[in-house]
Design a binder for this molecule. Structure first.
Ligand code: 13P
Length: 254
């Protein structure tokens, strides 16, 4: 596939996998994907499996991501984890502002922007999630929502930091529902987001930022989605929990 931006496909395991199950999965992925060079491959286990998975993928082309982190650097924040703590496990990416956290933990754009800055300060690459709900899409508010989320969640980043940030467009109605956005819907949203980056940062930044699609990505729809000009990868939930389906998504995307 001829794109100037390298594809990045990440598995968001969410609240799944014990350490033993996590190791099973990455051992399989290492074998299946050992020859893949065209895609940045990232696995995002729960915190409890980061240490063991980190060791297991040391000698491979798999990279490690976390699913959340604190906006603070240290201190009395019970239950929280800092960017530096993630770095101890060689974590390189961190998912921020996933719609599940926006919904269940009430994360705001402002908070997500603080986390994105804290991630960059520790040289972690944030994967910042945005996306509209079904009600918002049906009310023709998709662009307005994306505009607010993109500007708000990326506020305060420098151009250099923005280039090292990944955006994941995840329409909430497509997450875990089996309903994928059509390729046209995905491309339209991605192009719109890239246009926003052009205005908030500049055209060079906009051209360089990778925008992933997320929401019921499967082996059968990956190729068509990835072939869209502004789709630069995927953030995969359910289908990233099994070696075969995650490996097929990646192979089908090349
Ligand atoms: P599914 O692939 O299970 O729809 O989840 C998408 C997602 O939320 C990835 O972050």
């Amino acid at each position: 596939m001829n794109k100037t931006r390298k594809l990045i496909i990440a598995g968001n395991w969410k609240m799944n996998k014990t350490v033993a199950e996590a190791l099973d999965l990455v051992r399989g992925l290492k074998i299946e994907l050992s020859t893949v060079k065209e895609v940045d491959i990232v696995v995002c286990p729960p915190f409890t499996a980061l240490g063991e998975v980190s060791k297991a993928i040391l000698d491979s082309n798999l990279r490690l991501g976390a699913q959340n982190m604190s906006e603070h650097n240290v201190g009395a924040y019970t239950g929280e984890i800092t960017a530096v703590m993630l770095k101890e496990f060689s974590v390189r990416y961190v998912i921020l502002g996933h719609s599940e956290r926006r919904q269940y933990q009430r994360e705001s754009n402002e908070l997500i922007a603080k986390k994105a800055l804290a991630a960059h300060n520790a040289a972690l690459k944030p994967i910042v999630c945005v996306g509209e709900t079904l009600a918002e899409r049906e009310a023709n508010r998709t662009q307005e929502i994306l505009d607010t989320q993109v500007r708000g969640s990326l506020a305060g980043l420098t151009n250099d930091q923005m280039v090292e940030t990944i955006i994941a467009y995840e329409p909430v109605w497509a997450i875990g529902t089996g309903k994928t956005a059509t390729t046209e819907q995905a491309q339209e949203a991605h192009a719109f987001i890239r246009g926003l980056l052009g205005k908030s940062f500049d055209e060079t930044v906009a051209r360089r930022v990778r925008i992933q699609y997320g929401g019921s990505v499967k082996p059968s729809n990956a190729r068509e989605l990835m072939s869209q000009p502004d789709v630069d990868g995927a953030l995969v939930g359910g289908a990233s929990l099994e070696t075969r389906s995650f490996a097929e998504i990646i192979k089908n995307s090349i």
